[in-house]
Design a protein around this ligand. Structure first.
Ligand code: GCO
Length: 263
């Protein structure tokens, strides 16, 4: 099979939340496949600049833009600036997100709403101006970063699960409405990965760390680089007739009910 199917040369890929973690790994994969990477962050210009330097050091053409994906006016302004200064966005990876681990009965309403606003509504806000431009230009690729929590519940992450479950269905509806415009919309569902987001529950000896290693057939936490391939696939011509799917990269978690501790 020719590599041309997976070649992203000449493409512009905007990855939200790409200053670290899974977003940086996926953006690096897209850059290594030839894409120009546009790095979004919302916290600090310094963090974005440091990330851009890291991409550039890896031989990847990268540009940084600071904006909050939940703020419609700043998103529309940022998309216009990116398309003027870098070029039309061919690939959008909606990766930016937060998690708050609080039991539902203890979670303040404001925190519940913040998680839904960032992880679900933020994708709605971020995607629309980008897709309007894609449709005008004949097509594009949208990848929404879902989660194990798009399929499964877990104590203390109810708001996040509600957002990621909704994101799975928003992905299907985006796919439904935009397929005829040659815009493919798919999800990636990461399992449990070694990132700053999971650091608090991954420390050696933490019961959750042992649980995940036991619950994951592959017997380990995922490495962010394990997401590069699926990100390139869903951004490339190789997936032009694939839309509305969520591909779970989870070491086998969703394939099994698990096994007894001593098996
Ligand atoms: C948690 C974890 C998960 C993972 C990921 C799984 O607290 O259970 O943070 O939410 O980060 O989303 O797909």
């Amino acid at each position: 099979m020719s590599n041309a199917l997976f070649d992203l040369s000449g493409k512009v890929a905007l990855v939200t939340g790409a200053t670290h973690g899974l977003g940086m790994a996926m953006a690096t994969g897209l850059g290594e496949a030839g894409a120009t990477v546009v790095v979004n962050g919302h916290s600090s210009d310094a963090k974005i600049a440091a990330a851009v330097d890291l991409y550039q050091a890896r031989g990847i053409t990268a540009h940084g833009y600071r904006f909050d994906v939940t703020d419609e006016a700043s998103v529309e302004d940022a998309v216009a600036r990116i398309e003027r200064e870098v070029g039309p966005i061919d690939i959008l990876v909606n990766n930016a997100g937060i998690i708050k681990r609080v039991p539902l009965l203890e979670m303040p309403l404001a925190e519940f709403e913040e998680v839904i606003r960032t992880d679900l509504t933020g994708v709605f806000v971020m995607t629309r101006p980008v897709v309007k431009s894609m449709i005008r230009r004949g097509g594009g690729k949208v990848i929404n970063i879902c989660s194990m929590m798009s399929e499964l519940g877990r104590n203390s992450v109810g708001a996040y699960a509600a957002a990621k479950g909704g994101l799975k269905m928003l992905t299907r509806n985006m796919a439904t409405e935009w397929a005829r415009h040659n815009v493919q919309v798919n999800g990636i569902g990461p399992g449990y990965f070694a990132t700053s987001q999971t650091e608090p529950i991954r420390v050696k000896g933490h019961p959750f760390n042992e649980f995940i290693i036991q619950r994951t057939p592959a017997g380990k936490w995922g490495d962010p680089d394990d997401l590069k391939g699926v990100a390139v696939f869903l951004s490339s011509r190789a997936s032009d007739f694939l839309t509305g799917q969520v591909i779970y990269v989870d070491g086998g978690i969703l394939a099994t009910i698990g096994k007894p501790a001593n098996e």
